[in-house]
Design a protein around this ligand. Structure first.
Ligand code: FES
Length: 125
């Protein structure tokens, strides 16, 4: 699946990479779900994307760059930059995806392997 904007147009990798390091860019990913792409400090798109869907009750949430966390406005859950839970009530880490850049296109694909944050099978598989 190619990352797209809200209108369904493919987003070129160069557009995301024009943003400063540390940017969390919201795109439409698999099944058009809101998905955060991360611009790394080395100005590459991180190979892991994070689903913008709180594991408590499914709210979407913003990135807070000052606190270096995703912060859910609904009931106060907080997540580390990798999507691990810092504070509940969220019970589970955020769902992640693989990201690859091919010919300036951003390819998002399912993550079905061991979750690197927990060392266990992903809860969504
Ligand atoms: S839906 Fe995010 S904390 Fe409840």
């Amino acid at each position: 699946m190619i990352a797209k904007d809200i209108l369904g147009n493919p987003i070129p990798a160069s557009q995301i990479l024009a943003e400063p390091p540390g940017t969390r860019a919201l795109v439409a990913g698999l099944k058009a779900e809101p998905t955060y792409l991360i611009v790394n400090e080395d100005r590459a798109i991180d190979p892991i994307a994070i689903l913008d869907n709180c594991t408590h009750l499914g709210c979407t949430f913003p990135w807070n760059g000052l606190d270096n966390q995703f912060q859910c406005p609904c009931h106060g859950s907080r997540y580390a930059p990798d999507g691990s839970v810092v504070r509940g009530p969220a019970p589970l880490p955020l769902k992640i995806f693989h990201v690859a850049v091919v010919d300036n296109r951003i390819v998002i694909s399912p993550w079905t392997e061991i979750d690197p944050r927990t060392g266990a099978k992903p809860w969504w598989v």
